[in-house]
Design a protein around this ligand. Structure first.
Ligand code: PEP
Ligand code: MN
Length: 334
């Protein structure tokens, strides 16, 4: 339920109302826009007397929210959320490219890629240390060592780091990580999401292989329900009957999500297509579709990458793409 307050209300009147609502057991989400204050009520609102609230002097109107996601709902928070990622902002007009290898392999590799993507304009460095692989015999990532190398690359370049977590017990290892990625395979690992909700870390939540946008938003809601509002959503392609591409990149997810939620939305054209040659066109299309950012795999030697070489750009290809993205950004539909 949302309560829209009248234009000219004073702090004391708002406080009286919020104290009362909290007193009867609601968690509140208060959004002070330029023109209007909105109070979002989270909890079982079926027992609230809407007529009573509507009749209060300071209340303009009261509406029930039909969607099951509340904190993530744009009706609760009209303006785009701007999320901090280790000093770099994303959302609300702040566009970021996150770039780097699928997985951290060696010191030389991660430092070289970090330096080159930074020079090309990337705002954050990605790299997996804990890798969810289909085969237990495939490279699983360097684990703690991978996180240490990412920290080293961060010190060397100043780029905030983005890396995937697979279980909550690993959280203490992620202290120096600026953005914790929840991969597609863990989008509905609700216990992990609840634990991340207890932190104040920025979370990059990727859409599951076969999940609807509403399910993605409900997973964001799990994190936000714990009080962590620092969530970025990521469209990374879904399973369809098409086999030519690794996944089917759902670019319409961008305007749909931007309508439904205030959270920043990024697109991953690397996992979304599975082929390096498809990454530039999809990255540019995602930018023009209104995405708040992109996450792109870049490797210094794609044919020898331990993971996802086929979909990785070389630093030169990334440099060319980053330039083209900046050139089309002004045409974004937002
Ligand atoms: C990744 O980003 O390397 C990754 C494994 O992504 P996803 O969870 O989208 O498959
Ligand atoms: Mn990958």
């Amino acid at each position: 339920m949302i309560i829209l307050l009248k234009d000219k209300v004073n702090e004391k009147q708002v406080k009286n109302l919020t104290n009362w609502l909290e007193g009867i057991g609601f968690d509140l989400h208060i959004s002070k826009g330029q023109n209007q204050t909105i109070i979002g009520l989270i909890g079982d609102t079926s027992r609230v007397d809407m007529d009573l609230i509507s009749s209060l002097d300071i209340v303009e109107s009261v509406k029930r929210i039909q969607e099951p996601f509340k904190s993530a709902n744009r009706k609760f928070h009209e303006e785009d959320s701007v999320v901090d990622c280790g000093g770099v902002k994303i959302g609300g007009g702040h566009f970021q490219i996150i770039a780097g290898p699928c997985s951290v392999e060696t010191r030389e590799q991660i430092i070289a890629v970090a330096q080159s993507v930074k020079a090309s304009g990337a705002g954050m460095l990605r790299g997996g240390a804990f890798k969810p692989r289909t085969s237990p015999y495939a490279f699983q990532g360097l684990h703690e060592k991978g996180l240490e190398l990412l920290s080293e690359a961060k010190r060397a370049t100043g780029l905030p780091i983005v890396t995937e977590i697979m279980e909550a017990a690993h959280l203490p290892l992620f202290e120096d990580v600026d953005v914790i990625q929840v991969g597609a395979r863990n989008m509905q690992n609700f216990e992990l999401l609840k634990e991340l909700g207890q932190t104040r870390k920025t979370i990059l939540l990727k859409r599951g292989l076969a999940n609807t946008l509403e399910e993605l938003l409900m997973s964001a809601e799990y994190i936000m329900a714990g009080g962590n509002e620092n969530v970025i959503l990521c469209e990374r392609g879904i399973r369809t009957f098409e086999t030519y591409t690794r996944n089917t990149l759902d670019l319409s997810a961008v305007p749909v999500l931007r309508r439904l939620t205030h959270l920043p939305v990024v697109v991953d054209p690397s996992h979304g297509t599975g082929h390096a040659y498809l990454v530039p066109s999809m990255a540019m299309a995602a930018t023009v579709a209104g995405a708040d950012g992109l996450i792109i795999e870049v490797h210094n030697d794609p044919p020898h990458a331990l993971c996802d070489g086929k979909q990785s750009l070389t630093p030169e290809q990334f440099d060319d793409l980053a330039r083209r993205i900046m050139a089309v950004k002004e045409y974004a539909v937002r």
